[in-house]
Design a protein around this ligand. Structure first.
Ligand SMILES: NC(=O)c1ccc[n+]([C@@H]2O[C@H](COP(=O)([O-])OP(=O)(O)OC[C@H]3O[C@@H](n4cnc5c(N)ncnc54)[C@H](O)[C@@H]3O)[C@@H](O)[C@H]2O)c1
Length: 371
């Protein structure tokens, strides 16, 4: 099998899908791995490190996409990459199709097979989303703290406070992987932390883990509105797997917040979970927009900013499936790893993931039927 590792081209996206240790395994398995020259540099991995483990370096994205049977990347293909799509090409990456109607259409029209990291599912867990949610949750507090400072447009709040002065008030919506990581860092910084979720089992677990350090609240409109009103930093991490994020933080709620407060919408990659961030993703070069005096941070590739950590964390999770796909082909890999089946979002011109089909108005076809 021929595996292609293109350089990521999204704004300030510094991650790379394959780290040298995994390229070496693929090469030892008997495959050819083409890496675009410079693909790993922003993650601290030089071209020569790839060459040393047997990768073949190519000068252009066109060559990598053109030669590969399987494209192994990080972020969803951008418009300039759609021209490389062709029937039968397998693209293994984050896709977030519910928020990407044009990309979905291009993938359907070209009959590629799209395997989305974010919908590979083991029980209720999303093992290929998990490492990046761990990063994004932690970064959400770091970035939130940065934009609460006056020079960055915030209200001038130091989250840990100082003796004799109130600590900052952090509200986290969604108590999954990213939400828990955010709560952990916010508690570590000494802030007052409230976390909301509709999953009572999860809230119970968190109250056991954090004790009095975190207040848990059932998530409904009333509780969200009351919490958000007094928050210095709101971090939204809600997810309904594969579907568009619900708009839990309304414009009316934002109006009630103090000027200079910050909202970090981690769920932006699923279309955004606040009314103001809906389909309004920002970038690492311009991460913020302001509405009602409140700073909104809606960067869709937060982990891209800490690429050296993120590339390794992501590849640790994704590599077992690229090895299996390369060794056995997609169909056999799906039999060997049933958790990969929900990862297939489009195949052979059909939408094979229910939530994407429903959100974007396509007919849903089961993976087994489409392949
Ligand atoms: N912006 C980025 O760079 C970036 C990076 C990584 C992950 N993400 C995104 O972060 C989001 C969260 O990922 P995760 O791995 O933490 O997911 P997760 O499934 O672990 O957690 C999501 C949580 O949301 C909860 N939830 C569902 N409906 C809710 C509601 N109405 N109110 C409150 N909570 C509700 C669920 O019960 C669950 O606990 C996803 O959209 C993911 O794609 C974004």
């Amino acid at each position: 099998m021929i595996i292609g590792v293109p350089k990521e081209i999204k704004n300030n996206e510094s991650r790379v899908s394959a780290i040298p240790g995994v390229v070496q395994e693929l090469v030892l398995d008997g495959h050819t791995v083409y890496v675009e020259r410079g693909a790993g540099v922003a993650s601290g991995i030089s071209d020569s490190e790839y060459e040393a483990v047997g990768a073949v370096l190519l000068d252009s994205a066109e060559e990598v996409w053109g030669k590969a049977d399987v494209i192994y990347k990080v972020k969803e293909p951008l418009k300039s990459e759609y021209k490389y799509f062709r029937e039968g090409l397998v693209i293994y990456t984050y896709l977030h199709l519910a928020a990407e109607p044009e990309l979905t259409k291009a993938m359907i029209d070209s009959k590629v097979v799209g395997i989305a990291f974010e919908t590979v599912q083991v029980g209720r867990g999303l093992p290929l989303l998990r490492p990046m949610s761990e990063v994004a949750g932690r970064m959400a507090v770091q970035e939130g703290a940065r934009f609460l400072t006056k020079p960055n447009g915030g209200k001038g709040i130091l989250l840990p406070g100082v003796p004799g002065v109130n600590v900052g008030n952090v509200v986290v919506v969604g108590a999954g992987v990213a939400g828990t990581a955010a709560a952990k860092i916010a508690v570590g910084m000494g802030a007052k932390v409230t976390i909301l979720d509709v999953n009572l089992d999860r809230l119970t677990e968190l109250s056991h883990i954090f004790g009095r350090d975190v207040e848990t609240l059932y998530s409904n409109k009333f509780n969200i509105a009351n919490s958000v009103k007094n928050a210095d930093l709101v971090i939204s991490t809600v997810l309904i797997p594969g579907a568009k994020a619900p708009k839990l933080i309304t414009k009316d709620m934002v109006k009630e917040m103090e000027e200079g407060s910050v909202i970090v919408d981690v769920a932006i990659d699923q279309g955004g979970s606040t009314e103001y961030t809906e389909n309004r993703a920002t970038t690492h070069s311009e991460p913020i927009f302001v509405e009602e005096g409140v700073l909104h941070y809606s960067v869709a590739n937060i982990p891209g900013a800490v690429a050296s950590t993120s590339s390794y964390a992501l590849c640790n999770a994704t590599s077992r499936y690229i090895r299996s796909i390369a060794k056995f082909g997609v169909k056999e890999a799906l039999v060997r790893h049933p958790e990969l089946v929900p990862g297939v979002n489009v195949a052979n011109g059909k939408v094979t993931y229910k939530a994407v089909a429903e959100d974007l108005g396509y007919e849903y076809v089961a993976v087994e039927e489409a392949l």
